[in-house]
Design a protein around this ligand. Sequence first.
Ligand SMILES: Cc1ncc(COP(=O)(O)O)c(C=O)c1O
Length: 456
Amino acid sequence: MAPTQLTKTAQQARQHLMVPAQDMKTLGQRALPALSHGEGIHVFTENGHRLIDGPAGMWCTQVGYGCSEIAEAIADQATTLSYNSPWYTTNTQAAALAEQIATMTPGDLNRIFFTTGGSTAVDTALRFVEYFNNALGRPSKKGIVVRRDGYHGSTALTFSCSGRSQTAPHFDPPAQRIHYLSSPNIRLSGGQTEAQFLETLVEEFETLIEANGPETIGAFLAEPILASGGVIIPPKGYHARFKEICEKHEILYISDEVVTAFGRCGEWFASEKVFGVVPDIITFAKGVTSGYVPLGGVAISDKLLARVSGENAGGAYFGNGYTYSGHPVSCAAGLANIKVFEKLDLLNHVRKISGYFNQALQGLRDLPGVVDVRVSGLVGCVECMTVDQRIIAKAEDRAMATEIDTLCFEMGLIVRPLANLCVISPPLTITEDQIDEICDILRTAIIRVTAEHLAA
Ligand SMILES: Cc1ncc(COP(=O)(O)O)c(C=O)c1O
């Protein structure tokens, strides 16, 4: 299409927008497809192409698009009180949402600090660990243990904690205090059983602590499911075992539930009920407002806070915060979102339909080019390779998956383009018929695209 035929949005985007993970080669030459509106689980492009939102935006549009209850709560709050400074005032919505979330978190994680999204939530959790150990007179206990294939955000510190930060082109090496463990992806285990692999991973963690000294390790930061790293589901019992080790060495366990909270796995929070662990700190974002407006937060254990507050505070303050911490409009959206969950009985719906979702995606396992299908709750991925039995994706595998995603798009389904994976984590309101439609499109696209690539 000649530049003059571009829509106004496409022209503006080409000339002035820079997007996340911007491909620098095509800066100014190419713009992403522009969406005009959404309805339920569907979004529409400017030229009217209807698409199923397969990845629920960025794993966040839990209740789907066009929810008038959330829209009205946002409008009402913006009219009533559009902003307050969280430094010297608070607001009804932030206080009510904090109280509500405290009833949903496991254990004694009853204190909520609101942030602007997931990265700032994880950043806040890590800054709390730093503050906590300094306040307790343990200034060397600052190491952060993370996993390869983990993803924790895009601030300098949280990106450093993401497993792929070491190979990100043109970024400086991650902070020295960050230690990387292996990805808990059984496909990388060299043929071990799940139980053997768990022992290998546990041993690696213990060895790392011993080598560095537990007095230098402050936190273990982990997503229950490594979402952006490839929908990696650790071996059974992994989280509980790692928590035991953390407790032994007074290492804080931070569960990054930015993806898994708010219904994605059938619970408000997945850590305890799905993965058997009560963390010291949980981070959340995305689904808390179903993506209607930005919001994130950190839930911190009362026990931890008691050690550095009140008589133990020593006159200090936790110097961390954002202009938009506890933003009244975002918190109003959060409260309305929870009401919609309750009205639709959405947690129960996810618990019931996730079996069907699993079965439907697993039905693609036998297609040519498909080497693995991983599903937990309403998070799933189909892993494709040009060579059967290949473990680590190469450029040609990524290219093939991108072609599958592109063909799906043409056929009316957005699939999150993530390396050699087709990621599907739909809005939680999804029905069985819609899951069938997703899998039919995926099936057709995989068969058509792999036919060319595998024959080559
Ligand atoms: C587990 C996890 N943590 C943190 C983040 C960062 O969240 P945000 O993009 O809202 O800053 C993400 C984003 O995808 C995530 O998946």
